[in-house]
Design a protein around this ligand. Structure first.
Ligand code: 5AD
Ligand code: SF4
Length: 437
């Protein structure tokens, strides 16, 4: 019988890409992917611990497999990723879910093949490494998205924002060598139209080399490569976003003009407590510079409401910042206490009711702002990448909106389109020409 696998991925794009690496290993060992976990002989949970809700979700789904595993004792269940990198959580999984065969963390994800082979011999593997490792190159990747290819540029984070668990589970910041990144991207051109560079804080790329390497330089080198593709990146930290990077994005037509720049709060008091290392004024000056260099840039952000010490007036400053910045969209999160982070024990923890009230108020306000921003695209020219959707070729903007096209177009190509109609879920547009690079 064919051996199948199913991977559950939680959390951010970093995890999505890491699951592609896990899938690469499974394919190499002769397994094939199945969308139905009940058919699988290996089930992997690639977990996230950024907020408590993400963890609860994982526990619920592992627990739900108890009966299935009883009836299929040869089934291999593996739990890895950010949640199991925390020793207390990994111990908890081992104690509460003894039917899990493999538990490992983020630092030893490259060991998956070995662990799987041991589990195939009916062994249980519980492998936590305390420290991050040197970057491992040449892993097999099974890419799962049609148009977009993820490419790591940095791993880990040095910022220690006081609410955030990431520096504890992903270790210190390490940059990949530019030559390795460029080689990987060269191999993707022609197969993928969008290349998304990944790092916890892409703007500090290369600082660890101490030789003047920087993110702006990397972007310039990548934008020089021949081919029909666009470059995106995730995620930026406002403290390290330089004018040089803004200029490189503005002047290269391979660079996506959709920028995600998490602000987290509009209050200087809260930003300081969060250890974000920038002020509200600095953030606003960055938004102004981006808009000055690229009037049509589309900017999105993340905010956290209910951080310890946040008063109504601090929250009002966040609302005010949303009004000023005119983001195209936001992700708004209620602060979630994370074990071992400085904010866990800060005074002034905010009640869940207040957090709910604030997150709803922020989302209500943003819905109106987003609708206005979308309306402002009427009559403008946007670049879209075409794809098949419900049996026909449609466009997709850099920021993910579907655009119905007025005439037939080639699939998987870039077109310049004049936006003729704004509907709530999508746009309609008139094709002007194919994009030539
Ligand atoms: N609680 C709520 N949101 C958080 N984020 C990170 N840590 C927490 C936390 N403890 C949010 C931040 C970050 C996004 C990926 O998740 O807004 O930008
Ligand atoms: Fe967490 Fe801050 Fe690092 Fe982002 S920059 S991963 S929010 S510590």
């Amino acid at each position: 019988m064919e051996k199948c696998y199913h991977i559950h991925t939680y959390g951010c794009q970093m995890n999505v890409h890491e699951s592609e690496k896990l899938a690469g290993v499974l394919n190499k060992l002769g397994y094939t992917e199945t969308p139905d976990e009940k058919q699988a002989s290996v089930i992997v949970f690639n977990t996230c611990c950024i907020r408590e809700s993400a963890e609860q979700h994982v526990y619920g789904n592992i627990g739900a497999l108890k009966q299935h595993k009883k009836q299929n004792p040869e089934l291999i269940i593996a739990v890895c990723g950010c949640m199991s990198q925390q020793k207390a959580t990994a111990d908890n999984i081992k104690a509460k879910y003894p039917f899990v065969n493999i538990v490992f963390g983020t630092h030893n994800i490259h060991m998956f093949e070995e662990y799987l082979k041991e589990a195939e011999k009916e062994k249980h593997v519980f492998a936590l490494w305390e420290k991050e490792q040197e970057i491992v190159e040449n892993t097999s990747v099974y890419r799962t998205s049609d148009n977009n290819a993820w490419v790591n540029i940095t791993y880990g984070c040095n910022n220690f924002c006081t609410y955030c668990i990431v520096p504890f589970v992903r270790g210190r910041e390490r940059s990949r060598k530019a030559a390795d990144i460029i080689n990987e991207v060269k191999g993707l051109i022609g197969k993928y139209k969008t290349i998304t560079l990944l790092g916890q804080n892409v703007n500090s790329y290369g600082k660890d080399f101490g030789d003047g390497t920087d993110f702006a330089g990397l972007l310039e080198d990548l934008a020089k490569l021949e081919g029909d593709f666009r470059i995106k990146f995730l995620t930026s930290h406002p403290k390290d976003l330089s004018q040089k990077v803004i200029n490189v994005i503005a002047k290269n037509n391979k660079m996506s003009k959709t920028i995600h720049l998490p602000v987290q709060s509009g209050s200087n008091k809260i930003l300081k407590l969060m250890n974000r290392s920038y002020t509200r004024e600095h953030y606003i000056s960055l938004i102004d510079s981006i808009k000055k260099a690229m009037p049509d840039a589309v900017i999105t952000t993340d905010i956290i409401v209910g951080f310890p010490g946040e008063t109504d007036s601090d929250f009002e400053e966040t609302m005010d910042l949303l009004r000023y910045c005119n983001f195209a969209g936001i992700f708004a999160f209620m602060y979630s206490k994370r074990r071992g982070t400085p904010a866990e024990i800060m005074d002034g923890q905010v009640s869940i009711e207040t957090k709910r009230k604030r997150v709803n108020a922020a989302l209500d306000l943003q819905r109106k702002i987003s609708a206005e921003v979308m309306q402002s695209f009427l009559g403008k020219t946007l670049e879209v990448l075409t794809e098949m959707f419900n049996g026909k070729v449609v466009g997709r903007t850099e920021f993910g909106k579907l655009v119905d096209l007025d005439k037939e177009a080639e699939q998987g190509s870039f077109y310049e389109v004049e936006i003729t109609k704004i509907l709530s879920k999508k746009f309609a547009g008139k094709i002007l020409n194919k994009r030539v690079l």
